[in-house]
Design a protein around this ligand. Structure first.
Ligand code: FE2
Ligand code: FE2
Length: 202
């Protein structure tokens, strides 16, 4: 489909004018407002694809986020839990980094770090069954986010393949996704937090 929108005139970036870049920046800002909708659509794509488990990747994602929510975790954790396997379709060899890259400008550092490293921490549960070391996460044992990533995997991720668990639907999380992904990207108030916060309010 050909867009009816006004376009810039340049064929090479170096030829663009200030006015054209201001116009493009305005369109980018409008496009960014639709990010929550695009993320929710991508999550829905996880309902098909990788098979073999008793529940779909979407249901695993919803179950992980539901457990985080019921554990009293804050919005950054819940949304990170919801997105943590978003890369399963397009980045099967580095799905953790894929999700973390999407989250990084919008959630605090601790949650992004846990998602980025959850693949290696999850090996603790099945590494020896596939012939790789289950202890690889130990190299991060001195990291300030080590404990919270262990908690993420133990209490929310590795146990979320249960077809009998009462999982919340995607609609339950929609407002949270909208809140997080309409924050100003990279803003210090939400991105930087050098000290881990308590995961559970219980
Ligand atoms: Fe994962
Ligand atoms: Fe997972």
């Amino acid at each position: 489909m050909v867009s009816t929108r006004k376009t810039v005139s340049f064929h090479q970036m170096k030829d663009g004018t200030k006015e054209e870049y201001a116009y493009l920046a305005k369109l980018e800002a409008e496009h960014a407002l639709e990010l929550p909708k695009r993320i929710l659509n991508q999550l829905r794509q996880l309902d098909t694809g990788l098979s073999g488990y008793q529940i779909s990747r979407l249901d695993h994602s919803l179950q992980t986020a539901t457990r985080a929510s019921r554990d009293g975790a804050d919005i950054d954790w819940v949304v990170s839990a919801l997105l943590h396997d978003l890369g399963d379709e397009l980045a099967p060899s580095n799905h953790d980094a894929y999700a973390a890259t999407i989250l990084k400008p919008y959630v605090r550092e601790e949650c992004e770090w846990a998602v980025r490293h959850h693949g290696i921490f999850q090996l603790a549960y099945y590494g020896e069954k596939i012939g790789v070391s289950p202890e690889q996460h130990q190299k991060f044992s001195d990291h300030p986010f080590y404990e919270s990533t262990v908690y993420f995997c133990e209490h929310w991720d590795q146990n979320s393949f249960d077809p009998n668990y009462k999982t919340e639907p995607l609609t339950f999380f929609e407002d949270m996704v909208c809140t997080v992904f309409t924050r100003p990207a990279w803003h210090a108030s939400h991105v930087y937090c050098g000290t881990p916060l308590p995961i559970s309010l219980k």
